[in-house]
Design a protein around this ligand. Structure first.
Ligand code: NDP
Ligand code: MG
Length: 365
């Protein structure tokens, strides 16, 4: 059965009326969700640590940041938008004492609830509003009048109003303009971790680097390797994002499309899929969560080393130099639009075909 999608017409903001929402942490998601909720007419207060850049940013945006404990004491809806690995500590020391009967504890990712690290009192609601996009996009789309889709989930519902509250909260950040889907903390946590590890971040970054290395090791120019294995990705991802994989295939050349069908499955093959399954199992049994928490407790020795190694990969230097040469990436005046740009992909391809047919006809003449 296809998932039910909720829109603004299904999600009244009324359940949030008269309530104060505390956004704990003014980072990527915090700055976006706090401002969107406020612009939607919800009463919002913010908690940030004094002396940090995000504390200053919150003030610049018109908030008066409090400590997490002060905000939790004042609000009825308390949303944890701290980094996942810090949430347990801040919750236990500053927020738990203020979780009185009927309040709601809100997350944008299920990690700490699903893996049992945070336990809210049984007489409090626990729900999730998880935008499916980075915070800066959540804010930008809202300001532009559209929105970023979001997932909602209810874990504890003693008030029997948690789902209506979650829908109102999601609509308040603008997700009702794009679509709100219901899930569970388990499904969101496991699929979110899987997606970022296997496809969106882990798989993609490794694929780009391995492709780049293969070309450079074979003696090709690093600049060419960068364009082929990294820069062009954005253009192709846009096609997939707009119309799906089949339509994207319609826009690439037949040469590319034939190579795609016959070579792609050699890169992502049965062994790769078996590894994906293993990674999913590590997520499901909590092995990844345990490893990540331990790594943080030890002061991130491996994490830091891997970050350094990533930042020192040769593709970074080449990419930096090339991106510096592309005026449209640095916010300067864009290059003149080619005549074809803006036409739908199918029309673009048809026009290209007509031009190519004309050239062939001319050559034959
Ligand atoms: P960020 O790291 O961007 O922001 C966290 C903020 O919390 C920072 O401003 C940090 O300050 C601040 N902070 C740290 N400790 C405290 C404290 N004790 N009191 C008050 N503020 C504090 O986190 P994200 O926005 O990326 O993530 C927040 C949640 O949203 C996570 O659960 C994440 O999984 C989820 N999420 C994130 C998405 C994203 O795109 N980033 C997408 C969907 C969900 P400082 O910077 O000074 O350390
Ligand atoms: Mg994620």
């Amino acid at each position: 059965m296809p998932a039910k999608v909720y829109y603004d017409r299904d999600a009244s903001l009324a359940p949030l009326r008269g309530k104060t929402v505390a956004i704990i942490g003014y980072g990527s998601q915090g700055h976006a969700q706090a401002q969107n909720l406020r612009d939607s007419g919800v009463k919002v207060i913010v908690a940030e640590m004094p002396g940090t850049p995000n504390h200053a940013l919150a003030i610049e945006h018109g908030f008066k940041p409090l400590s997490a404990a002060e905000a939790a004491a004042k609000a009825q809806v308390i949303q944890l938008l701290l980094p996942d690995e810090l949430q347990k500590r801040v919750y236990e020391s500053e927020i738990a004492p203020h979780m009185t009967k009927g309040k709601a504890l809100v997350f944008s990712h299920g990690f700490n609830i699903h893996f049992g690290r945070i336990k809210a009192p049984a007489d409090c609601d626990v729900y999730m509003v998880a935008p499916k996009g980075p915070g800066h996009l959540v804010r930008r789309t809202y300001v532009e009048g559209s929105g970023t889709p979001a997932l909602i989930a209810v874990e504890q519902n003693p008030t029997r109003r948690a789902k209506q509250l979650a829908l109102a909260h999601a609509a308040g950040i603008g997700a009702g303009r794009a679509g709100i889907l219901e899930t569970t903390f388990k499904e969101e946590t496991e699929t979110d971790l899987f997606g970022e590890q296997v496809v969106l971040c882990g798989g993609l970054h490794a694929l780009i680097q391995a492709g780049y290395e293969t070309l450079v090791e074979a003696g090709y120019q690093p600049e060419i390797a960068y364009f082929e294995c990294c820069h062009e990705l954005k253009l192709l991802i846009d096609l997939i994002y707009e119309n799906g994989i089949s339509q994207a295939r319609h826009s690439i050349s037949d040469t590319a499309e034939y190579g795609d069908f016959t070579r792609g499955p050699r890169i992502i093959n049965a062994a790769t899929k078996a590894e994906m399954k293993k990674i999913l199992e590590e997520i499901q049994v909590g092995q990844f969560a345990k490893e990540f928490i331990l790594e943080n407790e030890l002061g991130r020795p491996t994490f830091q080393k891997l970050r350094e190694r990533g930042a020192n990969h040769p593709i970074e230097e080449v990419g930096k130099r090339l991106r510096g040469m592309m005026s449209w990436l640095s916010g300067k005046k864009p290059a003149k639009r080619p005549a074809d740009k803006g036409k739908p992909a199918a029309k673009r391809k048809a026009a290209a075909k007509r031009r190519s047919a004309k050239r062939t006809a001319e050559k034959k003449r």
